[in-house]
Write a new protein. Sequence first.
Length: 367
Amino acid sequence: MERIWSFVMLHILSVSAPTVTVAITATLRPRTDGVGSPTSFARSREKMEPMDGSNDPDEEALDAYSRVVTSVAERLIPSVASLQVRARVRGARVDGAGSGVVITPDGFALTSAHVVGGTDRGSASFVDGREVPFDVVGRDQLSDLAVLRLQNTGSLEPAELGEAAGLRVGQLVVAIGNPMGFAGSVTAGVVSALGRALPVQAGRVVENVIQTDAALNPGNSGGALADGRARVVGINTAVAGVGLGLAVPIDDSTRRIMHALMTSGRFQRAYIGIAGGGRPLPPRVAAAVGRDHGVEVMEVVAGSPAARAGIRSHDLIVELDGVAISDARDLQRLMVGDVIGRSVDALVWRDGVLRTITVHPAELTAA
């Protein structure tokens, strides 16, 4: 952009003795050749900045952003409930609150397991003034998900579930919930990161957690994190700090858990009873198995399937049930319901020898 200077004043000051002050003033006259002249400058400003602001790119972007957030809010707020629960802890009554997302017209809703805790019932209220009781159908503390069944609902507008796998870092997301008891609160932000791991119980983690800078506060837990098309892509679950909100993703794993909770009230997981972590394999082992990482066993739980099978501390597990494993999360992914009680072969490096150890995973129950 061309700029017209009426004058330039330059001050050079010295603070040493004797004090000398020099002031230079220069006046620059506007060009009169038409380039950068007041007339041409005014015309260029007219082209760039219309008087009515109708074509201001910043305003248009802001309007588009607002339209998206408003549209998502209008579609999802009726589907997000404010939850009230009561539980007894050491004989004392404790009241809790959170959010839930209606996922079926007949009253199934999804929330965070830590919102309902150990209680079996509570109440759900909506922005239209309705308040209905609910029963906890099932909960899975290891994914921090729970399914509720709302009673006496009449007609409900279920939220559309999306797919977190399609998210991209920087994408607009909208959080809807009931922070601090303020029902139907809406905040917006972006996907700050993907693939985070959220530690839960028994040394397990929730994988592929969504990180967002959309403001989340106590009471948002169990609420919706939606994309720009009002599809729920995550269930808000935790705040790691200012601008650090976390949401459990809606993906294939989450859908399996939801289905199991809705039909049987629980989601089965297996375990073999070891604690360990990924480590690089010695060159000799890496050459033998064709990969460079495995899981080193740091501890074997007494009486566990691993202990009964003869797995020891400092064993290097490089394969389980025919699948290569390089870290604890690979091992966790294999611990699903269909391996419970089945014979599963572990390929283990011990004392310079690769050996196969057969283990029979048992069902894991959350404390």
